[in-house]
Design a protein around this ligand. Structure first.
Ligand code: UTP
Length: 289
């Protein structure tokens, strides 16, 4: 069973400036909930209870969000506004939060390596909170955790993207071994136009076996001068096994303005509105009985 989930959240979020000048990208709200809270809910749904967060300068609000705010809670006690904190209180009861700071932004691979002390020597999940994933049924991490039980190796979530967008992603190639599951034989970070090995792009959900830490330590800076998790995973694929999984559900790139707006519209219609209607109906039926 995978119990820990690592959230690399130290990046600057430059695509979303000026909003992210002093506010962490992970705290941007989609409807009325910060992005990172959606990620934590997805991890809890997958059976995980250890949330390991890699932070950096100016990211205090992430820690505050998953902590008590006595003044505020005292202020709204006994009012109907208390309801608005039910979800986050439930998260705090069900999960433990630990934090570590990445002092220099040396890339996603380096951020994951920074989390080593929090994760220890066990397989773990990674969520990039700016990739918001929703599925009506089982969340993407829950789908991947189930696959891990079967295959016991690192797994990356992939989705098909148009050819003219492959340069924004890590792109894999590999043989399909089962429906929607590929054994990775190549991986390229942000390939030049026309040079992508396929149209299967890696999105922000991973399950990693702990040997990845030693591999990252030996990985030289790659694309953009950053230590890339894609390079480390390719090494792992060459010596062992890495799977790519075409997940079920919707994914929104909330690190971009367009993806963020799409996510907001989708979540408002499909999650927030439906949930509010259900709460109203529940209230009416409790009133009647
Ligand atoms: P991104 O490249 O999408 O995030 O990294 P960014 O750098 O914050 O955003 P832009 O491109 O400047 O707009 C993917 C994830 O990895 C984390 C980021 O916080 C994000 O969740 N990350 C990236 C780190 O934690 N540390 C790093 O050094 C780099």
């Amino acid at each position: 069973m995978i119990k820990k989930c690592l959230f690399p959240a130290a990046g600057y979020g430059t695509r979303f400036l000026p909003a992210t000048k002093s506010m962490p990208k992970e705290m941007m709200p989609v409807v009325n909930k910060p992005l990172i809270e959606y990620g934590v809910e997805e991890a809890i749904q997958a059976g995980m209870d250890g949330m390991c967060i890699v932070t950096g300068r100016g990211k205090h609000s992430i820690m505050d969000h998953f902590d008590m705010n006595y003044e505020l809670e005292n202020q709204i006690r006994g009012t109907n506004k208390e309801e608005l904190l039910v979800d986050v209180r439930d998260i705090m009861d069900r999960a433990n939060f630990t934090y570590i700071r990445q002092r220099e932004m040396k890339g996603l691979g380096h951020a994951i390596l920074t989390g080593r002390e929090l994760v220890g020597d066990e397989a773990f999940a990674v969520v990039l909170a700016d990739d918001l994933c929703v599925n009506q049924d089982k969340g993407v991490l829950a789908q991947m955790a189930e696959l891990y039980k079967q295959f016991r190796c690192s797994i990356v979530a992939v989705q098909e993207v148009p050819e003219d967008e492959t340069h924004k992603y890590g792109v894999i190639s590999g043989e399909m071994i089962k429906d929607d599951i590929f054994r990775v034989d190549d991986m390229v970070e942000k390939p030049e136009p026309g040079k992508a090995p396929s149209n299967l792009a890696i999105i922000g959900r991973y399950i990693l076996t702990p040997d990845i830490f030693d591999i990252i330590e030996k990985t030289n800076p790659g694309k953009g001068g950053e230590i890339q998790i894609t390079d480390a995973l390719l090494q792992q694929a060459k010596t062992g096994c890495v799977l790519a999984y075409k997940f079920k559900g919707h994914r929104f790139d909330c690190g971009s303005v367009e993806g963020y707006i799409e996510a907001t519209n989708y979540c408002y219609e499909n999650l927030y509105k439906k949930n509010s209607q259900k709460v109203e109906l529940d209230k009416k039926s409790t009133h009647r009985s």
